[in-house]
Design a protein around this ligand. Structure first.
Ligand code: FAD
Length: 412
């Protein structure tokens, strides 16, 4: 028996390994890689333009006093001790004939199968001034820039901005609008403004908050934000913004702090490389999430029913990894089954709205479910001990503010 096992090991180790290239180190790419790295039949390479997995669901928390580590998981840590090549690079082209993906940095990576998981990019819909003057919270560096602005303004002007305006009442806009008033009060107080009252405005072009979610959820969130003192502009179009003010429905709102959360579009890689695109610019995929033979597309990039959610990207990555393993075993690939998500949207301290099928839950219980969802999210990526540590970063204080330190301000 032992001899047979030994012989089998020798045969496997002498077999030519299949090259699996994964492009994009976010939810979909990381999950696909995790599903393949322990299989000796594959040589796995993960190319990403960032050294970490950006944990988007907690970015709003990092933007409002949470630790940077809470929304960033280093790829080197996720794959510690695993047989994988982690490469830094920005993919620009794919050569289907020679099966090679090339990067802006001049590197080329060959593949037998490739998984594309590049995520989406911000779209300002051509609104004048938005790209130049608005803040975003889609990356750690954008979050750092936004926080630096808030502190800089308090140091220089010794008062709060006239208005803090969030554009877009989708999940990100709601999360930020819920947490921002308390954060502004906290930092204003630490800068000596103990009675300052921030004006936080939320603007949405659709007639209701969370236009893509059920009405019950919109109503619950609306009540909550009003209670937190957030001013809502529904059915309101932003026409332009400048360094001094934002124009909404033809009227100005004075603000140096406009935060754009209203739009994303698919990654330009796909148009640049002539992929077949569907509604909202998503890539057409077959029932195995393949767009062409041996080219898989997952997560936000793929045209699937629940594309645009981390839960979907994780499910897609796991499905594709399982199918690549099945194919290598000479089995038929299994058809993709879309998984209906559970939506959990926090709005302020210990409050969240949850949509689970037809049921809406809001309040403290919603927040408990949100905590559970985050823990499961971390656990989907790392083993229990590391996932627990990652989860606990939520309860740690913000990193020291570099702007305040540089200005010699005691407040940070
Ligand atoms: C602020 C915010 C909050 C969110 N909150 C939630 C939530 O609470 N729940 C939920 O389910 N979903 C949430 N989402 C959506 C969710 O984060 C996405 O659906 C999910 O990240 C998609 O996973 P992905 O793998 O397709 O893309 P991503 O996770 O975006 O990963 C793409 C990766 O590719 C890298 N990359 C980009 N371009 C290149 C290139 N040219 N070459 C190499 N690498 C590249 C990126 O740096 C990134 O690492 C939120 C999104 C945002 C922006």
């Amino acid at each position: 028996m032992l001899v047979y096992l030994l012989a089998l090991c020798i045969i496997i180790s002498n077999m030519k390994k299949q090259k699996i290239l994964i492009v994009g180190g976010g939810f979909g790419g990381v999950k696909a890689a995790l599903g393949l790295v322990d299989d000796p039949r594959f040589e796995v390479t993960l190319v990403s333009d960032m050294p970490d997995l950006r944990y988007y669901p907690t970015l709003y928390h990092t933007a409002t006093g949470g630790k940077n580590a809470n929304s960033s998981i280093p790829l080197a840590r996720i794959f510690y001790g695993k047989e994988i090549t982690l490469a830094h690079g920005t993919a620009t082209t794919i050569d289907r004939k020679f099966k090679v993906v090339s990067t802006e940095q001049g590197q080329s990576y060959s593949y037998d199968s490739v998984v594309l998981a590049l995520g989406v990019v911000t779209n300002f819909f051509g609104i004048p001034g938005m790209k130049e003057y608005a803040y975003s919270i889609k990356t750690q560096s954008e979050v750092a820039r936004f926080k630096a602005h808030l502190h800089q303004q308090l140091i220089q002007e010794e008062k709060l901005d006239a208005h803090y305006v969030i554009v877009g009442a989708g999940p990100t806009g709601i999360e930020l609008a819920g947490a921002l008033p308390a954060y502004l009060r906290e930092i204003a107080s630490s800068h000596g403004l103990r009675t300052a009252k921030p004006h936080v405005d939320l603007i949405e072009a659709a007639p209701r908050l969370l236009p893509r979610f059920p009405k019950d959820m919109s109503r619950a969130v609306k009540r909550r934000l009003k209670r937190l003192g957030v001013k809502l502009y529904l059915g309101s179009a932003v026409q332009a913004t400048s360094a001094e003010e934002l124009t909404v429905n033809g009227k100005p709102i004075r603000s140096h702090s406009v935060i754009w959360t209203a739009g994303v579009t698919n990654h330009p890689f796909f148009t640049a490389n002539n992929f077949v695109l569907m509604a909202r610019g998503k890539v057409a995929v077959d029932t195995f999430l393949q767009t062409e033979e041996n080219i898989f597309v997952v997560g936000d990039n793929a045209n699937t029913p629940y594309s645009g959610l981390a839960q979907t990207a994780i499910h897609d990555g796991a499905t594709v990894a399982a199918n690549i393993r099945r194919k290598a075993s000479g089995k038929n690939m299994k058809s993709y089954v879309a998984k209906a998500p559970i939506s959990v949207i926090p709005a302020g301290n210990k409050w969240a709205a949850v949509q689970w099928g037809k049921i809406t839950i809001s309040g403290y219980m919603g927040w408990v479910l949100r905590e559970a969802a985050d823990f499961i999210g971390f656990k989907d990526i790392e083993p229990l001990d590391r996932a627990t540590k990652q989860f606990m970063t939520e309860f740690e204080r913000d990193d020291a503010c570099k702007v305040c330190i540089a200005a010699g301000s005691p407040a940070f």
